[in-house]
Design a protein. Structure first.
Length: 150
């Protein structure tokens, strides 16, 4: 499968479309689409690429591999997470869940600072130093919001 064919297949899969469904939306045959995805056929017109981008909800740059597709980013993220120890994986997932649940930037910042300072993954002294430096420059991200001693 050529790079752009793989990118096109990933974009189609991300939209949860079968080749048949995608081909119908694109106005081409399923066989032609399958051939493009495995590198046997070459898309012969830019309008087809533009149509694919619109149907799949991606950019032509993503289809052509000029920027990563969301499927590629998800796969790389999963590969990274799979390399973590079970304890670290749980810790990262808890941080991610909390972050997604928070709706206020100020509250999100406060909670993230607290999680980072309390995490074994980070050097607590260095984090406190950085937070203090942030307070000094008036960023509003300081140690006072954590309730920790200076």
């Amino acid at each position: 499968m050529t790079n752009y064919g793989r990118n096109m297949a990933l974009a189609r899969d991300a939209k949860r479309l079968t080749q048949r469904q995608a081909a119908e939306k694109l106005g081409i045959s399923q066989g032609y689409l399958g051939g493009i995805e495995i590198g046997r056929n070459q898309p012969d017109t830019w309008p087809l690429l533009a149509n694919m981008a619109q149907v799949y909800g991606v950019t032509t740059d993503q289809l052509l591999g000029l920027i990563p597709s969301s499927g590629e980013v998800v796969r790389e993220t999963n590969d990274l997470l799979n390399r973590l120890s079970p304890a670290r994986y749980r810790e990262v997932m808890e941080i991610a869940k909390l972050f997604l649940l928070l709706d206020s930037q100020e509250y999100r910042t406060e909670v993230m600072e607290d999680l980072i300072v309390g995490s074994e993954m980070f050097d607590r002294g260095r984090v406190i130093e950085l937070l203090n430096r942030g307070r000094e420059v008036g960023s509003g991200l300081g140690i006072q919001c954590l309730g920790l001693p200076d």
